[in-house]
Design a protein around this ligand. Sequence first.
Ligand code: GLN
Length: 244
Amino acid sequence: MTIRICHLYPDALNLYGDRGNVLCMQKRLLWRGIRCEVDSLKIGETKSLSGYDIFFMGGGQDFEQEVLLRDLGSQNGQSIRTAIEDGKTFLCICGGYQILGTHYETKEGRRCGFLGAIDLYTTGGDKRLIGNYAYRLEEPSGTETVVGFENHSGRTYLGKGVKPLGHVLKGFGNNGKDGTEGVRYKNVFGTYSHGPVLPKNPVLCDRILSTAIHHKYGEEELLPLEDAFETAAHAKMLHRICKS
Ligand code: GLN
């Protein structure tokens, strides 16, 4: 069994060590004896994306997101939309999550089109939404808690019928108003959680890996790993965030 991961735009979207999510997925596959190949798509490159099983896109400043717009308007944008509709697994963080939506509207009212892959949009805000935060996954993504760190000026709103990844326990989430965090659309997991998010949320990491394995190989169960340390770190952060 081999899982192929494509890191999208590591040269532009990689805030707060987000690439650590790729390392975490790779390790948790290798520890189970599952071969994992990691590749990347950089700005200006064009390649077929059909052979990958998991796509990762990290966070970025407004400027980096705008630099990407031309690339997303090329064949690469269509390839990403096709991969999403084909049920490929995605983990997209903050700016990389926002980019999946229809558009971004700055606080001055300037509107730029994004990928249009998922019915959501983002509006720029004055006050940045920053801090450690926690949320609880919602089905079909699970019911477990997730701890993370958010730092975004964008407020994201989900279209009708578009499921959030979870609901906020403490912190801001998508927009600091409707209690939603992230998005789950087909096999796309979008979240504002930097950090990287996966090492201290092993359940979410394995859920994402299982999604990709099931899509490619059918119902293959992931063997459990010895996660005492990760679970303790998660519990410690959850307590610190929720009691603060
Ligand atoms: N530039 C976007 C915003 O500020 C995303 C930031 C990020 O990826 N941390 O909302």
